[in-house]
Design a protein around this ligand. Sequence first.
Ligand code: MSP
Length: 664
Amino acid sequence: MASKRFYVTTPIYYVNDRPHLGTAYTTIAADVLARYHRSAGFDTLFLTGLDEHGQKIARAAEQMDMPPELFVDRMAQPFIDIWKALDISYDDFIRTTEGRHKLAVQKLWRNIYAKGDIYLGRYEGLYCFGCEAYYTEKDLNEDGSCPMGHGKISEVSMPSYFFRLSKYANTLLEFYEAHPDFVKPQVRFNEVKSFVREGLKDISISRTNFKWGIGVPGDPDHVIYVWFDALTNYISAIGWGKSSEIFEKYWPADYHLIGKDILRFHAVYWPAMLIAGGIQPPKTVYAHGWLTVERQKMSKSARNALDPLKLKWEYGSDALRYYLLRENVFGFDGDFSHETLIGRINSDLANDLGNLLNRTVTLARKFTGGVVPSDKGTETSEEGRLRTSAIETAKAAGDFYHEANFSKALEVIWKLCAELNRYVDVTQPWKVAQQRSEERVGKIIYHCLEGCRFLALMIAPVMPLKSRQMLRQLGLEPPSMDREMTWPDRWGELKANQSLPEPHPLFPRINEKVSSLIKEKIGFDSFRRLNSESKQTQKEHAGDPQFEGKGKSEEQHINLQQFKKIDMRTGKILACEIPRKSKKLLKLKIDIGKGCERVIMAGLAEQYSPEELIGKSVIVVANLKPTRLMGITSEGMVLAAEDDEGRIILVVPEKEIAPGSKVL
Ligand code: MSP
């Protein structure tokens, strides 16, 4: 059915940077849309990818002393890795250096050229290489710098092909009128309309001052402007100009998700290009707001462009995804802070959802023999209300997901969660059990479990891993593929007698100690401290040549040379004893190769007995300054890791290896 297909895209990201929290935000939102629509039975296509051409990329490659082809290949990998780590379920990944893309870009060019809407002229004016965009005087900041924060603007003069955008102003305004959902949110649409109402100038769409791009058909001196090239990805990926079947199935796209910074390209240039090329514009361009980090603008120069991978390691991908979409209203500016993230984890995820699942399964294991009870018993109005609520919540949350209103979708889902928690409090199944009313207890617990099943399926688009864990704890086997998850629409699908495994906390709470450790590790607090210290130092030493440039490079990083100074080797534990009065420390005798033995005191006593340790291979820091602990000289350190609950676990070589082997 034509209406049952769904096509969502993200911007294709410039490869000169690694993915950061901002790019992750857009991509996670697109992933949630894709996952929801798949589960609701839509034939879904989710496209993301990379923008690999243009002067900005060519310059970045040059700075790295690499041919651009090699540079873009190298820089593509972190995107692929990070999207995998964040469970991004894209169906296609387009890179603008691919042949399929080049064909479509040149074909679109030819179509528009044949129509007479591309002509050769000369471009003279202001250009920002950071944005790869032209500006007029009035667009710039007061100091004449880039309005998007890229700094200096260049004056350029060169022959260029132009797209006759001016001709499309009225067509665009008519199109906007006829398509009230073309740009969301509405305030952004208003901005677009007033920009177009002021009249449009033709735009320059080719360059002659560099070569890294797609050639202009019939004029090898020019390469096609990177935005003309990049925007075409949305149709090149689905075979426009080549395979009409896929193109016709998915086009027009349901959503182009973008940040508000690139709205003009998507809501003015792109539909005009498409109309000129004889193609229908997309249905909706959804421009979300800008994310700040602890209320500061995210930027490389401020060193606060948080790495989503680090956030995932500390908080988990699901919690991060939940937080970003629940805390911020999509479409408007938002903020990231550790404090609010931890708050959401502890209250919404651990207290509300995790606790509901845990208490429900625990009650079932205690009072209904560890299986899903039957739903037969006597019913009160409470159960009827709960069922209606669950069905209505699924409908409302589905509609909100469909509209990309993620925070609202999650809000209504959490209302159901609160209702279920209240239902347990009010019905008090533990008391009913004392009255030996088995069927009634069964009825109550069945409703709690089935309510949890609804919740598990409704959180799946945002938290795919936790959703599966929830289903397992409810005794269900989730579908082998996430893509086969289904949206709940019928009450009562949980089958009686299904056995329930022992519950595990879905989201462990994050306490004060762990929270400050995380902040330290991720570096934002240390970033702030360093930054203010270095500002202070710079202020105090302004003009002092000794301090010129200092503080800038003193980040929380060490360089390779510093790292290489650490002599890390494999060792084998020969003997182990517990020193008198020691609770935590163990005295280890370790063979560190070449006939050397060392005595090292290690804080492992709470996790390991001496017998467990003797004969184990470990990693030793051999050149640590000796120190005296409990009257014994310790000559080095054994590597271990500490988990969230404070357990110290040894780091060991993956295979048997001779003592004294160097750790690289
Ligand atoms: N290559 C162009 C897009 C071409 S699409 C045909 C581009 N790339 S980009 O790498 O600069 O990515 C821009 C997008 O990243 C923004 O539109 C937005 O989706 C996301 N974000 C980058 N920084 C962001 C924030 N601070 N906050 C939220 N999103 C941000 O422009």
